[in-house]
Design a protein around this ligand. Structure first.
Ligand SMILES: Cc1cc2nc3c(=O)[nH]c(=O)nc-3n(C[C@H](O)[C@H](O)[C@H](O)COP(=O)(O)OP(=O)(O)OC[C@H]3O[C@@H](n4cnc5c(N)ncnc54)[C@H](O)[C@@H]3O)c2cc1C
Length: 474
């Protein structure tokens, strides 16, 4: 079947208005950072999992390829098709139903195209809490969150997306359907195949439904921002909080001064909550589901103790939800601020929590030796070991594309060498996509990459799914 024949076939499956072509698909051909631009035969918007299966079977039979796309907020170009124009972009936005909230099973079952924020809101309306939270939550979709094994700000307490998934339904690359959606807490019957699809970035199949864990809704949430002199001071505060409050810590985030300055400069509506700028800012959130524990008093006691010990320079304790939201707005503005500042050469490193001070010191030193003139904003989920060391290459600083590519590769090499030396991962939560394939290969080595290729070939022998992403298939 030629391309035109396939488009007609897809129209017959999903209905006339749900196959998009030409100018109508331009926004689906570019990634959020505007770094990758692709081309595609068309984009298709199926309504349910049966239509997804029929679309996938048709594209597979025609010998073309499929690029699944959720909210298109991914940061590695994983949802952008290549330039060959032989792909069909499969949009999941019409699969947006909340299928069930089950109180006894403590779970919410949703279609994959549900926007993350909608899932949070629906869980809350039912008196529960769905903990995945990240800056793009108003746009990104549950399917995309699962396909990237997203992290965000509450990983410390609840884990990454993988820890929140109880069940999945997926469509395989030939259109076959697997339903592993039961909300089972225990299951040791053979290989747990759904795990392969979590974090697979659309390279193994399409996630159509998910059964997700929900939790008791916190009755108290205390948010604090503290200014500190060094990363070690931030980690000392983390240790103290962990000793006293343990799993009540939901978020423990850090930003360096450069990152805060970029947010204040670039994203309107933000202001520094301290009288003076400081080297590092820590954003802490602790929660409690019981009413009688005075969480604020405990938190204030720890802050006073740490100020007296000289480990905290200053602290802000919001007295209203709006003030707490202002603090979070600073944190959630970083991707936007960095995008507006230049090309963000971003690293999504995780190292053991104990090694973060060393990692940051060595990475910054290496970058400064190579490019002393570049800004290095740093932000991260320091409580779970995930630091984003970002290097801003101003848009007009390098005109020649080869030189720019070379500069970016050299920056990555410096940081990755530190990661490999210290022991960690080059991707804690954003994934690999198109951006990080070579870096993945270098950090994992041939044996592991070979095993990943074997798994890809076993599930997708005709290489239908999301070509050119995660690993190159030689
Ligand atoms: C401002 C901002 C802040 C962010 N903060 C964080 C953060 O703190 N933590 C974090 O982890 N990420 C963060 N991200 C990255 C991004 O939001 C996440 O990766 C998110 O999970 C992507 O979801 P999406 O629906 O937009 O997926 P997309 O970008 O559309 O796709 C991402 C990948 O998933 C695949 N995919 C999408 N849907 C499906 C499906 N149904 N079945 C199979 N494959 C599918 C795509 O093919 C692609 O490979 C941030 C992004 C932005 C813009």
């Amino acid at each position: 079947m030629n391309g035109m024949g396939l488009v007609e076939h897809l129209r017959a499956i999903v209905g006339d208005g749900f196959v998009l072509e030409g100018e109508n698909i331009s926004s689906y051909l570019e990634d959020w950072r505007g770094r990758y631009h692709g081309s595609a035969l068309c984009a298709v918007r199926p309504a349910d999992k049966e239509e997804v299966a029929a679309v996938v079977a048709a594209v597979h039979a025609a010998g073309l390829t499929i690029v699944p796309q959720g909210g298109n907020t991914g940061l590695c170009g994983a949802a952008t098709p290549d330039s060959q124009g032989q792909s069909v972009v499969l949009l999941l936005d019409r699969l947006n139903a909340i299928l069930e909230i089950n109180v006894l099973d403590s779970c919410i079952r949703v279609q994959a195209g549900c926007v993350l924020q909608t899932v949070q809101e629906k869980a809350e309306e039912a008196g529960f809490y769905f903990p995945l939270s990240l800056g793009a939550e108003g746009t990104c979709q549950i399917g995309g969150n699962i396909a990237t094994n997203a992290g965000g700000t509450a990983v410390l307490k609840y884990g990454s997306m993988r820890s929140l998934v109880l069940g999945l339904s997926v469509v395989l690359p030939d259109g076959g359907v697997c339903d592993w959606s039961l909300p089972l807490r225990k299951n040791s019957a053979g290989y747990d195949l759904k795990q392969l699809f979590i974090g697979s970035e659309g390279t193994l199949g399409i996630i159509t439904e998910a059964t997700l864990r929900i939790f008791p809704k916190p009755l108290q949430v205390v948010t604090v921002m503290a200014a500190v002199e060094t990363v070690d001071d931030a980690l000392a505060l983390f240790v103290r909080l962990t000793q006293v409050l343990g799993e009540r810590i939901r978020a423990f985030e850090i930003m360096n001064r450069t990152q805060m300055d970029l947010v204040l400069e670039r994203v309107p509506g933000n202001r520094l909550p301290f009288a003076e700028a400081c080297p590092y800012y820590v954003l802490v959130e602790v929660t409690e589901t019981l009413p009688r524990i005075d969480l604020s008093a405990i938190m204030l006691e720890i802050l006073e103790e740490q100020i007296e010990a000289g480990r905290i320079l200053d602290a802000v304790v919001p007295y209203s939800l709006a003030q707490a939201e202002d603090l979070w707005r600073l944190r959630h503005s970083v991707s936007e601020a960095n995008k507006l500042s230049g090309i963000s050469v971003a690293h999504d490193t995780a190292v053991p929590v104990s090694q973060q001070g060393e990692f940051i010191r060595q990475a910054e030193e290496g970058i400064r030796t190579l490019f002393p003139e570049l800004q290095i904003p740093m932000v991260g989920h320091i409580g779970d070991g995930n630091i984003h060391v970002v290097v801003i290459v101003p848009y007009d600083s390098v005109k020649d594309e080869d030189e720019r590519t070379d500069r970016i590769a050299r920056i990555h090499a410096v940081v990755d060498d530190v990661v490999i030396r210290i022991g960690g991962t080059i991707s804690a939560e954003h994934g690999i996509g198109q951006s990080n394939k070579l870096r993945l290969q270098k950090s994992l080595g041939e044996t592991t990459i070979g095993l990943m290729r074997s798994i890809k070939r076993a599930i997708d022998p005709d290489l239908t799914m999301n070509p050119g992403k995660v690993i190159d298939m030689r």
